[in-house]
Design a protein around this ligand. Structure first.
Ligand SMILES: [Zn+2]
Length: 113
C-alpha cells in the first residue's frame, strides 16, 4: 500500500496532495503528472497530542505529527510513539485511518525508525 505524490513531467516538482496546476512552473495546463509513491521514512517536524476524542475513536489519546519525508514532501500523520521528540527519525506505514459510510481514508501512521 502506498500514498502517491504527483511529479510534474515538465519541471519535476513534487506535489502532495494533488494540485491542478504545478506550483513549480505554474504552466502545467495539461496536468501532466507522474504518480510517485511517497517514501516511508522521514523526520518529525512538529506534533500535537489530542485528548478527549469522540467516542468512536478506539484510543483515548491521539498524537498527530507533521513529518518531512526523504524527498522533502511534508505529510500529516498519526504518531505511534510513546514520547515524540522533534527531529526524531520515523517510519510510516499506510493504514485506513478513518472509515466513512462510503469511503475509506488512507493515511500514514508513524512509529520510531
Ligand atoms: Zn512543473
Amino acid at each position: 500500500m502506498d500514498i502517491y505524490a504527483y511529479k510534474c513531467k515538465k519541471c519535476g516538482t513534487l506535489h502532495y496532495p494533488y494540485r491542478m496546476v504545478c506550483k513549480g512552473c505554474k504552466e502545467n495546463e495539461h496536468n501532466e503528472f507522474d504518480p510517485v509513491p511517497l517514501p516511508k521514512k522521514g523526520k518529525l517536524l512538529t506534533f500535537t497530542e489530542l485528548y478527549n476524542l469522540p467516542a468512536d475513536f478506539m484510543v483515548s489519546k491521539l498524537a498527530l505529527g507533521i513529518v518531512e519525508l526523504e524527498n522533502g514532501v511534508r505529510i500529516t500523520g498519526q504518531l505511534d510513539v510513546g514520547k515524540p521528540k522533534l527531529g526524531m527519525a520515523v517510519q510510516g506505514v499506510v493504514k485506513v485511518v478513518r472509515t466513512g459510510d462510503f469511503s475509506r481514508n488512507y493515511g500514514m501512521v508513524f512509529s520510531k525508525a
